[in-house]
Design a protein around this ligand. Structure first.
Ligand code: CP
Length: 314
C-alpha cells in the first residue's frame, strides 16, 4: 500500500482488522520498521485525537515525527493555481509539498472541506496535491470527504464489542450549532458497506449524503424506528450535501437520549469525538455504561499503526 485515503486502499480489510488486533496486543513489536524514518503530520485544521494517536502510532513503530500546524506555525499557504500572490499567503503548496517530502518518509495530512465549493471539496484538491507532489506516501488524517483512520478505528471497536456475528449498526444524524463536514459520515458509510452488518442510516429530510457514498442504501427517516433492536448507535452531525454546507435543522428531538437508547437492544453508543454534550447526546448516555467513545478513541492508535506498518512494509 502506498497511500491511504479510503478503505479501498487497503489490500484486504479482514486482514487489516486482524493486523490491528495483533498490533494492539503487541504495540512495540514492529519498531525495526520505523528506525531512522520520519513522519511529518500537517494540520490545516484543529485536532486532538488524530494528532496524538497518529504520532503515538508512528512512535510505536520506531519512527520520528514532526508536526506542522499550517497557518499557525508556518507560512499561510496558497492552494489555487494561477493566482497573483499579493495577499496574506506567502507560500504556495506547489513548492511547500515537495519540500516537505524531502524531509520525511511519510506525510499525514488533515485538510477539511472549506465549503466554498462542493465541487472543489469533493475533488479533494489539497489531499491530491500532496499525493501528486510530495514524492512520498500520504495518509489522510481527515480530508474534505473522508476520515478513514476514524472509520477503521470505529470498525475495530465494533468488532471488539459485538455480541452477534451480524450486529445492527445505526448511523444517526444529531443536532449541532456549527456547519460540519460530511467526511465522518461519508467514511463511516463507506466502511460499513464493506461489512455484512445490518446497517441503517437515519437523518432528517434534506441531510441525504452523496450518492457516491450511499449507493443503493436506503435512509430510514424515522429515528425511533431506526433505533429499534440496534446493537450500536453511531451519532454524528453533518451539514447538508444537497444544499451544500447549510444547516437545515437543529431539531433537538434527534439528540440521543436514554429514552432513545431504550428502543435499542442494549446498544453501545459511539461518536468520533469531540462531541457537543446535550446537543448530539445527553450527559446521561455519554457518562453511562453504554458509551464506548473512549475505547473508540484509543483504537485510533491501532488503526493508524496498522496503516503506517503496511506503508513501511511497502
Ligand atoms: N475524531 C477526531 O478526528 O478527533 P480530532 O478532530 O480531535 O482529531
Amino acid at each position: 500500500m502506498r497511500h491511504f485515503t479510503s478503505v479501498f486502499d487497503l489490500p484486504d480489510l479482514a486482514n487489516a482488522l486482524k493486523m490491528a488486533c495483533e498490533i494492539k496486543s503487541n504495540p512495540f513489536g514492529f519498531q525495526h520498521l520505523g528506525k531512522n524514518k520520519t513522519m511529518v503530520l500537517i494540520f490545516f485544521n484543529s485536532s486532538l485525537r488524530t494528532r496524538l494517536s497518529t504520532q503515538k502510532a508512528a512512535m510505536n513503530l520506531g519512527m520520528n515525527t514532526m508536526v506542522l500546524n499550517v497557518n499557525q506555525d508556518g507560512w499561510r499557504m496558497e492552494s489555487e493555481l494561477g493566482v497573483i500572490m499579493d495577499g496574506d499567503k506567502p507560500e504556495h503548496l506547489r513548492e511547500a509539498i515537495p519540500v516537505i517530502g524531502r524531509f520525511c518518509d511519510i506525510i499525514g495530512v488533515r485538510a477539511f472541506a472549506n465549503f466554498e465549493s462542493r465541487e472543489d471539496d469533493y475533488a479533494e484538491k489539497i489531499l491530491n496535491q500532496f499525493i501528486q507532489l510530495s514524492g512520498v506516501p500520504v495518509v489522510s488524517m481527515e480530508a474534505a470527504t473522508r476520515h478513514p483512520l476514524q472509520s477503521f478505528a470505529d470498525l475495530l471497536t465494533i468488532e471488539e464489542y459485538k455480541t452477534k456475528p451480524r450486529p445492527k449498526v445505526v448511523l444517526s444524524w444529531a443536532p449541532h450549532p456549527k456547519v460540519l463536514p460530511q467526511a465522518v459520515p461519508n467514511s463511516f458509510v463507506e466502511w460499513m458497506r464493506q461489512t455484512d452488518y445490518e446497517f441503517v442510516v437515519t437523518h432528517p429530510k434534506g441531510y441525504e449524503l452523496s450518492p457516491m457514498f450511499m449507493g443503493d442504501l436506503k435512509v430510514e427517516y424515522d429515528q425511533d424506528r431506526a433505533f429499534e433492536s440496534a446493537d450500536f448507535i453511531y451519532a454524528k452531525n453533518w451539514s447538508s450535501y444537497t444544499e451544500y454546507g447549510e444547516i437545515l435543522s437543529k431539531d433537538m428531538s434527534w439528540t440521543v437520549t436514554t429514552e432513545k437508547m431504550a428502543l435499542t437492544d442494549h446498544a453501545r453508543f459511539m461518536h468520533c469525538l469531540p462531541v457537543r454534550r446535550n446537543m448530539i447526546v445527553t450527559d446521561e448516555v455519554l457518562d453511562g455504561p453504554s458509551s464506548i467513545v473512549v475505547d473508540e478513541a484509543e483504537n485510533r492508535v491501532y488503526s493508524a499503526q496498522t496503516v503506517l506498518k503496511m506503508i513501511l512494509e511497502g
